[in-house]
Design a protein around this ligand. Structure first.
Ligand SMILES: C[S@@+](CC[C@H](N)C(=O)[O-])C[C@H]1O[C@@H](n2cnc3c(N)ncnc32)[C@H](O)[C@@H]1O
Length: 171
């Protein structure tokens, strides 16, 4: 994730200014963003226990918020980038995923980037999530969903096993 997938997923994304990470989980991407030099990072995690662990580990460098990325407490246009890695398939319904997309657009400044990556479904991926939420996003419908959420410059790049996406909040 950190050496290969993240640089690929965030290629060309400006990480200056306030950055929001949604679905940080154990904090692999959080740590990488700090190492990439993101100075103003907020991470929003829905699971209170995971958020607390993250706070203990990175609370001195990262603002960790417990909450749902489908209904965020942040004001409109608060961030210059929103990063979303390996998270959307953990959101249980397509409607809730669409709310995550719409909320990400709302909290972005005009011209800000929403970017990330996720896995494509496979037997192995389904088995891996047998006791976990597994609602994979179809990369071939994601561009339309991002456009419906109000994004411009939508880019979705499916490769074997995963896809990356990038979209811009309108100017
Ligand atoms: C597989 S982890 C991804 C961790 C990290 N982003 C990475 O790529 O290594 C997905 C995380 O998203 C969180 N999550 C799921 N739905 C969420 C939501 N609606 N809002 C915020 N976080 C959410 C889960 O609790 C989980 O910790």
């Amino acid at each position: 994730m950190v050496g290969e997938i993240l640089p690929w997923a965030l290629e060309g994304v400006d990480l200056e200014g306030p950055v929001l990470e949604i679905g940080p989980g154990p904090g692999l991407v959080t740590e990488a963003l700090v190492r990439f030099g993101v100075a103003d990072l907020t991470s929003m995690e829905i699971e209170p226990a995971a958020a607390e662990l993250l706070r203990q580990r990175y609370g001195d460098r990262v603002r960790v918020e417990t909450g749902d990325a489908a209904a965020m407490p942040f004001a409109d246009a608060s961030f210059s980038a929103v990063v979303c890695c390996t998270m959307l398939h953990h959101v249980p319904t397509a409607a809730a995923q669409d709310r995550v997309l719409a909320e990400s657009r709302r909290v972005l400044r005009p011209g800000g980037a929403f970017a990330g990556s996720d896995s494509r479904t496979s037997l192995r991926f389904r088995l891996f999530h047998i006791f976990d939420t597994h609602n994979p996003v179809d990369p071939f419908t994601l561009a339309e969903r991002l456009a419906e959420a109000g994004f411009d410059d939508v880019f979705v790049d499916p490769v074997e096993g995963r896809f990356r996406f990038r979209a811009t909040a309108p100017h």
